[in-house]
Design a protein around this ligand. Structure first.
Ligand SMILES: *Cc1c(COP(=O)(O)O)cnc(C)c1O
Length: 242
């Protein structure tokens, strides 16, 4: 087995164990492999290990890899997720090349994505990024503005609203060495409470969301405990980036 295969197996085991502890079925958690800065050959190794969902932060870099792996995408039904910030001048690339975008936090961006999504493509799958840290982090919409944005996105025919995404500021820069310190940490779990509350609130209003995109390499256990349905894991699969 390559390291990547071993790492994916280990991450899947962590997901399974966390689901078991949380009394959840592990089918309810999708592993999104974050392949930013990773070359196409490493992504191919992950595909060989059965991985199908990949996340990219930098749009130009992501588009290059999506093109390089077009055959694999068709053969294996790969899903490409944009998980980085989307500026207005990048919406066309996202609408044309990605399957998902997790980082919509403004109506203007959603409207552009809707207009620019090609007619022959499936609807673009969308999560609203929520700022759960107050003023500390720069991206994401404030929790009390999510409902209004969700109502507007639900009207856009080329987009499909799937859920809520959050990146806790404190965990945005952790390294694999921090993993032991952060897993199973109930303080980490409570960081995600606002994201879960919004997710449940929208579903009580019949938005029919199925995606709560929370949890990364260092904190997927508490995120699953907090209700994550999609964990975004980079370094624990592909190794340290720096
Ligand atoms: C890089 C990144 C991840 C993955 O982080 P790791 O700690 O490497 O697992 C997840 N989500 C977002 C938004 C990222 O930018």
């Amino acid at each position: 087995m390559t390291n990547i295969e071993k790492n994916i197996a280990a991450v899947r085991q962590r997901i399974q164990l966390s689901c078991h502890k949380a009394g959840r079925n592990s089918d309810g958690v999708t592993l999104l492999a974050v392949s930013k800065t990773v070359p196409p050959d490493a992504i191919k190794a992950a595909i060989a290990a059965g991985q199908r969902d990949f996340g990219e932060n930098y749009i130009a870099e992501g588009v290059e890899k999506i093109a390089a792996l077009a055959e694999e995408a068709a053969q294996y039904g790969l899903q490409w997720h944009c998980i980085g910030p989307v500026q207005s001048n990048k919406t066309r690339l996202v609408a044309q090349h990605f399957d998902w975008v997790h980082t919509v936090d403004r109506l203007k961006i959603a409207q552009r994505l809707n207009e620019q999504r090609p007619a022959d493509a499936k609807r673009l799958q969308v999560c609203i990024q929520v700022n759960i840290d107050g003023s500390r982090s720069k991206s994401g919409i404030a929790p009390d503005e999510v409902l209004a944005l969700a109502q507007e996105i639900a009207k856009l025919p080329r987009l499909q609203l799937r859920g809520i995404m959050a990146i806790p500021d404190l965990l945005a820069h952790t390294t694999p060495n921090d993993v032991e310190n952060t897993i199973n940490n109930s303080a980490t779990q409570s960081i995600y409470t606002p994201a879960r509350t919004i997710f449940k609130h929208l579903n009580a209003l019949n938005f029919g969301l199925d995606t709560l995109s929370i949890g990364m390499s260092a904190d997927l256990e508490p995120a699953i405990q907090a209700g994550s349905t999609m964990v975004r894991v980079g370094s624990a699969i592909f190794g340290s980036r720096s």
